[in-house]
Design a protein. Structure first.
Length: 132
């Protein structure tokens, strides 16, 4: 059940994002393909599935955050990418890449701090605690 909830949430986010660029029926067809595709034909919440879900969610939230320019959006990006790192440790590279792109894109220090706080609260300190 949780698997379908995660992919339904991802499909809704994708639909909302695509609806801004293309017509609503086309966006609905494309976003419904997310719920219909089962990686490996196994509908379970493995570390691969969770890592991919939170990474894609974080990237869509980053797209919204760049447009809205609010600290809460960057905090949610940090939480989502922190959860992706927690479920699949090698996705730590994506956290560093997004931070690099934010600094390179000249985002304000306040937004970078919100992002780092979200990543640290969810993703980094549990990894440090588990590896200790």
């Amino acid at each position: 059940f949780c698997y379908w909830f995660f992919y339904l949430a991802l499909a809704l986010i994708l639909f909302r994002w695509l609806k801004k660029m293309i017509t609503a029926p086309s966006a609905l067809i494309i976003s419904s393909s997310v719920g219909l595709f089962l990686p490996g034909n196994i509908p379970t919440l493995s570390y691969n599935t969770l890592g991919t879900f939170f990474l894609i969610l974080g990237l869509f939230l980053l797209f919204e955050a760049v447009q809205k320019k609010r600290g809460a959006w960057y905090f949610s990006v940090g939480i989502s990418l922190g959860l992706s790192c927690l479920s699949y440790n090698t996705l730590l590279v994506s956290i560093l890449l997004v931070l690099f792109l934010m600094v390179w894109g000249r985002e304000t220090r306040k937004f970078c701090c919100w992002y780092i706080l979200g990543v640290f609260l969810v993703g980094v300190w549990p990894l440090i605690l588990f590896l200790w």
